[in-house]
Write a protein that binds this ligand. Structure first.
Ligand SMILES: C[S@@+](CC[C@H](N)C(=O)[O-])C[C@H]1O[C@@H](n2cnc3c(N)ncnc32)[C@H](O)[C@@H]1O
Length: 290
């Protein structure tokens, strides 16, 4: 299934873009939000389209072909925003972050982002990232596994799962998502709707890509690259991301650097969740540079 951009109406409303403004999409993905932004900023607004995954850049290029050289594509992490912006343009009229992964990555990347497919245990957005999920699963100590399971996803039964992994990998290296799911299934009884592997996979993905650290780096730089009165919209998908963004924005507001435009995060309507179930955990926060 193609990726459906989340909260698009709300994002556009809050960003309040005008013709010919320049914008940064820090997570261009399949280009869904970007296409709508480029329409709003036509005829001459430029877009810096960043993504850590070179396959996402390929998909975005195909989706955004009609906008030609109004779009500049950068295959890098938004953690490097400071240098990307310095090298490529000046201040922006707005920045969008739509964290996490796209439906295309989940379903078609073959990199093991989902426990519902038997694929290699990779989970890197950028194939140049030095460690894979296979490395984490096979090389972290029991203590380290428990720590990341708890820290990144509050995995219930983290110790039990870590022990089962250690036990199993003594026989042979764990190489696929299918093998990992089998170990979890053998160890934990499923209760309720959430498959016990869901949170383990989230923790591994966050660890491999150092997702929170990259977000923290990007947040630091946002006030420096926004023009006065310009806005940044940030869409998060789990509580760790949202808490980071909430605390960051409160802190900057106290210092008079930004204004928070929505005290409570904007969430998806039942109608949007019906059409796009993956949008259900999305939370949008918007800030304005003062
Ligand atoms: C939810 S998708 C974005 C979807 C996009 N808004 C759309 O409408 O198609 C998130 C994207 O962020 C990318 N990403 C994740 N971490 C990143 C990082 N640190 N720097 C840049 N891109 C990142 C992923 O590769 C993925 O393509």
């Amino acid at each position: 299934m193609a990726h459906i951009p989340v909260l698009i109406k709300e994002v556009l409303e809050y960003l309040d873009l005008k013709p010919n403004q320049n914008f940064i999409d820090a997570t261009v993905g399949d280009g869904g939000h970007a296409a709508a932004i480029l329409e709003k900023t036509s005829p001459n607004g430029k877009l810096l389209a960043i993504d850590r995954d070179s396959d996402s850049i390929v998909r975005a290029k195909s989706k955004l072909m009609e906008f030609g050289n109004r779009v500049l594509y950068i295959n890098d992490s938004f953690g490097n925003l400071a240098s990307i912006v310095k090298e490529n343009n000046g201040l922006a009229n707005g920045i969008l972050f739509d964290f996490g992964m796209s439906s295309s990555q989940l379903e078609n990347s073959g990199r093991g982002f989902t426990f519902s497919k038997d694929e290699i245990l990779d989970m890197r957005y950028d194939v140049k990232t030095p460690i894979t999920a296979e490395d984490v699963v096979n090389e972290y100590s029991e203590k380290e596994l428990v720590e990341i399971f708890k820290k990144w996803a509050d995995v219930p039964n983290a110790i039990k799962i870590a022990r089962a992994i250690i036990q199993d990998r003594r026989k042979e290296r764990i190489k696929t998502t299918g093998e990992l799911v089998k170990i979890i299934d053998k160890t934990i009884k499923r209760r309720g709707r959430l498959h016990p592997a869901t949170l383990v996979f989230q923790a591994l993905r966050i660890e491999v890509n150092q997702e929170l650290a990259e977000i923290e780096k990007a947040l630091k730089i946002i006030p420096e690259i926004l023009k006065q009165g310009s806005r940044s919209a940030l869409i998060s998908f789990h509580s760790l991301e949202d808490r980071l963004i909430k605390n960051w924005s409160k802190n900057l507001e106290k210092q008079g650097i930004i204004k928070i435009l929505n005290k409570k995060p904007i969430t998806t309507s039942l109608e949007e969740i019906r059409i796009n179930p993956r949008s259900r955990s999305a939370k949008l926060r918007v800030v304005e540079k003062t």
